[in-house]
Design a protein around this ligand. Sequence first.
Ligand SMILES: Cc1ncc(COP(=O)(O)O)c(C=O)c1O
Length: 353
Amino acid sequence: MTIARLAREEIQALKPYEAAVQVDDTIRLNANEAPWTSSGDHFRRPLNRYPEIRPAQLRAALAGRYGCDAGNLLVTRGTSEAIDLLIRVFCRAGRDSIVTTRPTFSMYRHYANVQGALLREVATSRENDFAVAAGEILDACDDTTRLIFLCSPNNPTGTTLPRTTLQEVLEERRNQSAVVVDEAYIEFADEPSVVELLDRNDNLIVLRTLSKALAFAGARCGSVIGPREVIDMLDAVQAPYALATPVVECVENALQAESLSEADSWVTQVISERERLIAALAESTFVKHIWPSSANFFLMQVKDAELLMQRSSTDKVLLRYFGGVLSDCVRITVGTPNENDRLLETIARVAEV
Ligand SMILES: Cc1ncc(COP(=O)(O)O)c(C=O)c1O
């Protein structure tokens, strides 16, 4: 059995949009395109033509990078689009639910609300370093739970999900829920991606992005990786021509060996800067606690978070404040060594107050 049968029935029956065929070296009078190219068009492929409905080479290149078959991957406009597509495909408004943790990336809640899906959040505690308990996730699930979103490393805590926890959730929810592991920050972690577990777990779905470690957030390019039947349904729902020609070209550049090795060295630098910042800030009298992080950010508990937010913004250094259960915390993204030095100066000044 495949988890594709958990999807909304009308989506299981949906046929993909039939685009006009595109054949090289032909006169194309079949797609109502303009026959001329604008003088403002400086791309390798002419913009008067629609892009490929789904960029095949890019899909193959990303599948190669992530270690899966191209048929198991859909290229999306950032992982954000993948989250939206998954919830739309699997959840009937007002009837089906998603389970996730708290605190975590707010986009799961956002798109659950957009679709009218029910949402259950399992609280994790700061005392326990925001560890996720498989039993609590399973207790939050019922017959309506179509999707479980687990973010690893988790935004905003930086915590990774142990394989044993994931495996327990996957096994207990087999044939009942798809388990989506959001690996937006996995390149900054010591652990390998869980893509390698896909063969043995047909209810596992993995999200990857070029927005973080590859430094291509502006290109909006993510991937959803999972069972072929699920990928085909997401494909049928995604807008035709979702990836614009300029995006496809710029992502092709990002995947060249030179850009990839450059990205690897940035990742190494970010990790060492993260540890430098954490060590320096741990000495500050203003800082109460810093949670270990496997991402390009870390969460820090301070004496007065609102004061820090005010002072840092006056110093033109932007930090992220969430309020709620994290009202005494700020999330800090690791910048360049100079930017990080500026942050340390700001915090040193706030500590003097
Ligand atoms: C955990 C997590 N997943 C996904 C995203 C979205 O990434 P993308 O730029 O690929 O849409 C973010 C962005 O901050 C994130 O923190």
